[in-house]
Design a protein around this ligand. Sequence first.
Ligand SMILES: Nc1nc2c(c(=O)[nH]1)N[C@H]1C(S)=C(S)[C@@H](COP(=O)(O)OP(=O)(O)OC[C@H]3O[C@@H](n4cnc5c(=O)[nH]c(N)nc54)[C@H](O)[C@@H]3O)O[C@H]1N2
Ligand SMILES: Nc1nc2c(c(=O)[nH]1)N[C@H]1C(S)=C(S)[C@@H](COP(=O)(O)OP(=O)(O)OC[C@H]3O[C@@H](n4cnc5c(=O)[nH]c(N)nc54)[C@H](O)[C@@H]3O)O[C@H]1N2
Ligand code: SF4
Ligand SMILES: [Mo]
Length: 726
Amino acid sequence: MLFGRHTKNPIHIPTKPVEKWVYTTCGYCSTGCSIEVGVDKAGKGITTRGVMDADVNRGKLCLKGIFEFELFNTPNRGVFPLMRKKRSEPFEKASWDTSLTSMAGEIQRIQAQYGRDSFAIVSTGQIYTEEFYTLGKLVRGLIGTNNYDGNTTLCMASAVSGYKRSFGSDGPPGCYEDFEHTNCLLAIGSNLPEQHPIIYWRMKEAQDRHHFPLIVVDPRVTMFAQLADIHVPITPGTDLVFLNALVHVILKEGLEDRGYVEAHTSGHSAFAELVGQYNPAMAAKICGIDEGMIRKVAHIYAEAGVAMTIWTMGINQSTHGSDGVAAINNLNLITGNIGKPGGTSLSITGQCNAMGTREFSSCSGLPAYRKLENTEDRAFMADYWGVEEDFFPQKRGLTQTDIFPAIERGEIKGLWLIATNPMTSMPDTLRIRKTLEKLEFLVVQDIYADVETVESAHLFLPAALWGEKEGVFTNTERRVNVVRKASNPPGEAKPELWIFTQLAKRFDPSGRIPFSETPAEVFDEMRVLSKGRLCDYSGMSHEKIEAQRGIQWPCNQDNPDGARRLYTDGYFQHPDGKAKLIALPFEDNNEVPDDEYPFWLNSGRVVEHWHTRTKTGKIGNLNKFSPTPYMEMNPVTAVRLEIEALEYVRVSSRRSSAIVLVQLTHRIAEDAVFIPMHFYNCVNRLVLGLLDPYSRQPAFKQSAVRIEKIDDQAAAARENVVARQY
Ligand SMILES: Nc1nc2c(c(=O)[nH]1)N[C@H]1C(S)=C(S)[C@@H](COP(=O)(O)OP(=O)(O)OC[C@H]3O[C@@H](n4cnc5c(=O)[nH]c(N)nc54)[C@H](O)[C@@H]3O)O[C@H]1N2
Ligand SMILES: Nc1nc2c(c(=O)[nH]1)N[C@H]1C(S)=C(S)[C@@H](COP(=O)(O)OP(=O)(O)OC[C@H]3O[C@@H](n4cnc5c(=O)[nH]c(N)nc54)[C@H](O)[C@@H]3O)O[C@H]1N2
Ligand code: SF4
Ligand SMILES: [Mo]
């Protein structure tokens, strides 16, 4: 195929020898694009393309999806298990049999010596739901530790918590089609065009057709903010005040949907009293924005008829993350914007299967949104799995962010990390490294053998990657979509499902608790268990999902093709059937800039990279766009500090320091800097990560730092290269 400049150096794209196309769902972000992998004669994935008749992406992919097939060729994959007795010894190649038997033995030794909860497990939002479900059954039914969580505590925990507090259950009530019906979109702490490019494209298509106003709340002038009708450049961490003030104006001016509030909500009077205190003049001061802007946004939103809010990490990753989510729900409840086309509170999810873990992993409860705290739920699951009921704990154990301090205190002695890389993704990474070194036994289960955590591990288990195994993901709009196997895993790398069921045999040689061994059989268990629940899968099968290019739950007899929205009848999951309006006082408890550390440190993502770069750092076409740890700084600040563009500087917080390259841009305010989260030994050395009291999610986006010039630029460049890693 020839493109462009036909006469002078034409760009040539070679035709690839594709033998067949295999249907999958993208394994990066939660947009959930349908993507086909082109496979060659040898059974290797050699190209990828968007699926034209898939509702989510309609043939489109972002650049991560376009190059996703290259993952099958990336270096440093784990190809056999690695074992060692002590950290000081080199790893040796081990068989799966020896590895799993020794792993079970070590877990049992630790539990016998220090108690059942002294072994912890931290998983992910990036494996299939069948794998999550099986891991949950293994942990809740056989291993029996209650210190079992996922990296979703760094990501979606505040959304989950806020949904539960407002509506009585987790579960995003809206969908992408809402963009086509809405008259106003409020986007808070989300950089949609970079982080969810195809959701952004869906939004833009709808907006081009019917021109609804877009309001973006973000301290940075992101790509999204640049495209907005109104950009609200809020002071970091003060979104709750802004949201309370919007409701203040709406109630004061009688713009609420009184009928909806009376029929479907509780808690109005305490709520109204509290927001009564958040007048725009006071809020404007705290939020660092104009009072008139607050009034304007309140009017546009309440008078739109139908309006919707989306949000991502700018809300969730804050000391008021859960409150921020509940405040968004408050706003939508009082304006009657839940469960109607174009009117919703839609949390934009992060990882490809952060939803699946919420539904089925049993991390914070039991399958299909059952609760450990609920006697009936425990009894039901004990009976279904064939477990003694009192083997289940009666409330959830520690979250990921509380597991690490418990290791530090010596209460947890063993840890199993599955598809997560805390040495780069947790706050205060130098402390995390020391913490991991304290463990008597660390197992790392990853697709790559070069992940930082392996340096502290006793056992490494090589896993099969997306597209090398089969199962389902659930996306942001509750759409369950299937990934078929397109390529073979390298060497002895194994699908997670196989690893979990083989380990189960070590804990239960007699097979007292039966485990399904194929993804389709596991899916059948999930169908049975979810029947009649909010996240009802009972009407789905892998075949039907593929045929329909994904199905949104609930899917059952009443909704055989799935359902676009939740709560359309105004009936919520609290015992009285009503949603709660919650009074949410703001407490200013962040680390804020002061004389010693005068800048806000903000962190987040860039479009080319995925999290800790274990994948995208190895894909040339992605890595070359953003190969180096850098920092956004305002040019005015740079003049004041006598720093030049592309100079290396030292950034220090109360935790530690890091060397970064300065990029000058007006995207960032004069009193703030922004560093992407993707680089090892970089921004998370600096981040404090205070925890939200409800969700235990860290405030990754608000820390205080100072910036110093470096005389020896050559030495700084070398240090910066170390952080680059690949
Ligand atoms: N390319 C790419 N896409 C991804 C990912 C990736 O790693 N790479 N990761 C996926 C995952 S797991 C997630 S969770 C999502 C995250 O998706 P997003 O949340 O959209 O991305 P972030 O860059 O983390 O943060 C979004 C914005 O929050 C703003 N922000 C910071 N502090 C505040 C504040 O106090 N208030 C408000 N209102 N805004 C604030 C930041 O300036 C930033 O622009 O992206 C998903 N998509
Ligand atoms: N400063 C700062 N820090 C942040 C954030 C921020 O905005 N700012 N965001 C936070 C958020 S929202 C998130 S979601 C986290 C993400 O943090 P992490 O989950 O720690 O980051 P990943 O790089 O996605 O790690 C996934 C790991 O799983 C491996 N992997 C991929 N697929 C598979 C598989 O199928 N099986 C197995 N076994 N392994 C696999 C990858 O190689 C990688 O090592 O980071 C958080 N950290
Ligand atoms: S938008 Fe997300 S799901 Fe779609 S191709 Fe890009 S990374 Fe994959
Ligand atoms: Mo995330």
